[in-house]
Design a protein around this ligand. Structure first.
Ligand code: DP6
Length: 345
């Protein structure tokens, strides 16, 4: 047996153990759930184990309220699952469908086939973490469909098997994913943080909504394997995480947002030093960064973060919204703590 197959057996063993008491449940005919997308303020970049999606470090995110994924599941009489994305059937050989099928096949009885109807309110694969909200919504909907009634920490671990950042998308607000130490990832789970920040705004500056050429998964693998700068990363990001968490507790916007920007730039530096080099930025991304730095120099408390894509996510507080909109007329503004769209069902 190859190493990969051995690891795969381990993941299946862990899943079977978690679902042992609920495996004979009769499924409902349909269920649906919503999960918000999230952006990390201190990033998950690099795995210590790839089959369980176990991270090298912890990370901390903010969820994007009504920007996320709604997933409907219905039981079908068919030989295979059917995956629908934004109203269109996805071919079974597309990586999107393969990842969903693989996750479902781990957790469902083998004779149960589903239609998975996924609607994203953020561009798919454009660095707005739609795989995070997608796997979180799929996990929540499956929990309902199958009547599992699992505690949230186990749902977080199950969502992580689909995509690491999905472990953080089960909640609104600030969420921390602790790296954990155990080989089966039982302690690599996310949980919501208490503080709320009603004035906090996240602005989406979309430079490109095309799918990226190199996925986060491949990108982080390449960075860990080839970037000498990656050696600095775990220590840097753990320190950033601690400082962001403290800043959130203290309501200290400057420290929180400046540390988040520094963390994102440090992550992109590790990528640029990979080989072949990994640069997710477009020329326009840099134009927007320079504009932000200039506005900041003029006194506007405005910061940004970026994930594995060319788009910027701006961080600012409500009292500066008019100035931000004047500078970036095309910006889409999210209020993470609006809670007008608590739509988990
Ligand atoms: C840059 O969660 O998409 O957005 O676990 O391989 O599915 P996989 O990766 P994914 O990576 C997200 C990387 C990031 C940073 C973050 O969200 O923390």
């Amino acid at each position: 047996m190859s190493n990969h197959q051995t690891e795969d057996v381990c993941v299946n063993d862990w899943v079977n153990q978690v679902l042992d008491t609920v495996k004979h449940n009769t499924p409902a005919t349909q269920a649906s759930a919503y999960a918000p997308s999230n952006i990390a303020l201190s990033k998950y970049w690099g795995k210590r184990e790839a089959n369980f999606n176990l991270p090298v470090t912890g990370s901390l995110s903010i969820s994007l309220a009504d920007h996320g994924t709604k997933t409907g599941l219905s039981v079908i009489d068919a030989p295979a699952h059917q995956v629908i994305l934004n109203g269109e059937q996805v071919g079974e050989h597309k990586s999107f469908a393969i990842k969903i099928n693989q996750w479902l096949d781990r957790v469902l009885p083998s004779d149960l086939k589903l239609r998975i109807d996924t609607h994203n309110t953020v561009p798919t694969a454009a660095g707005l973490a739609s795989s995070a909200s997608g796997f979180a919504a799929l996990t929540l909907a499956t929990n309902t469909l199958m009547g599992w009634q699992l505690p949230e920490y186990l749902l977080s671990a199950l969502a992580r098997l689909g995509s690491g950042s999905a472990s953080r998308s089960l909640w609104h607000g600030f969420v921390k994913w602790q790296a954990g130490e155990l080989a089966d990832g039982s302690d690599s789970i996310a949980f919501p943080l208490k503080p709320q920040w009603p004035q906090l705004k996240v602005g989406l500056l979309t430079v490109s909504s095309l799918s990226k050429a190199v996925s986060s998964r491949e990108g982080m693998g390449r960075t860990v394997a080839t970037s000498a700068l990656y050696k600095q990363w775990p220590q840097k990001t753990e320190a950033d995480l601690a400082s962001i968490e403290a800043a959130i507790t203290n309501g200290d916007f400057e420290t929180m947002a400046a540390t988040a920007e520094h963390n994102a730039m440090s992550m992109h530096a590790t990528m640029a030093a990979a080989w072949p080099p990994l640069v997710y930025w477009q020329p326009e991304s840099l134009v927007q960064m320079q504009k932000i730095w200039q506005l900041r120099q003029q006194g506007l408390p405005l910061y940004f973060t970026m994930d594995a894509g060319p788009n910027l996510k701006l961080l600012f507080e409500a009292q500066h919204q008019a100035d931000v909109e004047a500078a970036f007329p095309e910006i889409q503004i999210i209020t993470p703590f609006s809670h007008v769209t608590e739509v988990r069902d």
